[in-house]
Design a protein around this ligand. Structure first.
Ligand code: NAP
Length: 296
């Protein structure tokens, strides 16, 4: 048996097309959705993420306000920049690219973002709303996973979802979203981490297995129940002398082995990755729609 691939790129493109028509209609009504982007320092991975996010905005007509600040920017100056964006009526969403330099307190900066513009979904108020099942900005990667399952026709209600990883940006929120009593969720959820004894004993029980551990091959063929749906959130660089760059990207799952037993599987790259940026666009468009409602 070879697993069907869940094509994150194609699903993301379909969502972006829907968002583009929403942006077109917002623009016709005088609202240009705006995303304020702040990058402190020149970490190469962060620079490329920010560039990709800005290009994605541009591709569907969202205006992005690019703020690239030197690594020695003070925390006070960054807070002022965030506050200016909080007050700016043209800015619907604020994205502070993480990680921040060590001299800054990340949680203080995230707390300073107006929750109504928190399109990354990291503000504790929005995390709390998600937890109690209210509508809010959902964090982009977990939201991308949930959308991918829904749009791939994967039933979650009544299924056993096992999540490997309990980070605040992937594992905990995806587990939380999938246990809510609503469409596209309503699953029985088990959350595993490095303190879990007998990881395979849990993963083998999963109807839907979501892996976000940060290590290649955390999940191998024998750890997966035949017919399970497997979502690989991981992105890891491994050396590969056959590539010009000297490396290739792999997920947290042994793709070849697991594709022999799973019924559906996400590739890396081209799985969850394209969904993440798309959900950032989605949140920004939702925020702009709220602005239009407020402006009446
Ligand atoms: P993280 O902060 O490093 O968290 C990893 C989690 O996995 C931790 O909770 C850790 O447990 C758990 N873990 C690690 N090894 C394990 C093992 N052998 N067995 C069970 N649990 C294990 O990572 P993250 O930020 O959540 O990211 C996870 C992966 O997703 C990474 O590969 C990252 O690159 C990728 N990612 C992709 C996207 C995307 O857009 N595609 C976005 C974000 C992240 P403890 O808590 O006990 O340490």
């Amino acid at each position: 048996m070879a697993a069907d691939l869940m094509d994150g790129k194609a699903i993301a493109e379909a969502i972006r097309a829907e968002l583009k028509s929403e942006v077109d209609s917002l623009r016709e009504r005088g609202v240009v959705p705006g995303l304020g982007v702040i990058l402190v320092g020149d970490n190469p991975a962060s620079c490329s993420y920010v560039t990709a996010k800005e290009r994605a905005c541009e591709s569907i007509g969202i205006y992005s306000d690019d703020n690239r600040l030197p690594a020695d920017t003070s925390e006070a100056d960054l807070l002022k920049r965030v506050e200016a964006m909080n007050q700016d009526p043209q800015i619907d969403g604020i994205l502070v690219q993480l990680p921040l330099p060590k001299h800054m307190d990340e949680s203080k900066i995230l707390l300073a973002i107006d929750p109504a513009k928190d399109v990354d979904g990291f503000h504790p108020m929005n995390v709390g709303k998600m937890m109690i099942g209210e509508e809010t900005f959902f964090p982009c990667t977990p939201h991308g996973v949930v959308q991918m399952l829904m749009r791939s026709g994967v039933e979650t209600s009544g299924k056993h979802v096992v999540v490997v990883g309990r980070s605040n940006i992937v594992g905990k929120p995806v587990a939380n979203m999938l246990l809510q009593k609503k469409a596209g969720a309503n699953a029985t959820v088990t959350l595993c981490h490095t303190g879990t004894e007998d990881l395979a004993g849990f993963t083998q029980q999963a109807d839907i297995l979501i892996v976000a551990s940060g290590w290649p091959n955390t999940v191998t063929e024998s750890m997966v129940k035949p017919g399970a749906v497997v979502v690989d959130v991981g992105v890891n660089r491994v050396e590969d002398a056959t590539k010009k760059s000297g490396y290739r990207l792999v997920g947290d799952v042994d793709f070849e082995g697991v594709s022999r037993v799973a019924s559906k599987l996400t590739p890396v790259p081209g799985g969850v990755g394209p969904m993440t940026i798309t959900m950032l666009l989605y949140n920004t468009v939702e925020s702009a729609k709220a602005r239009l409602m407020e402006e009446g």
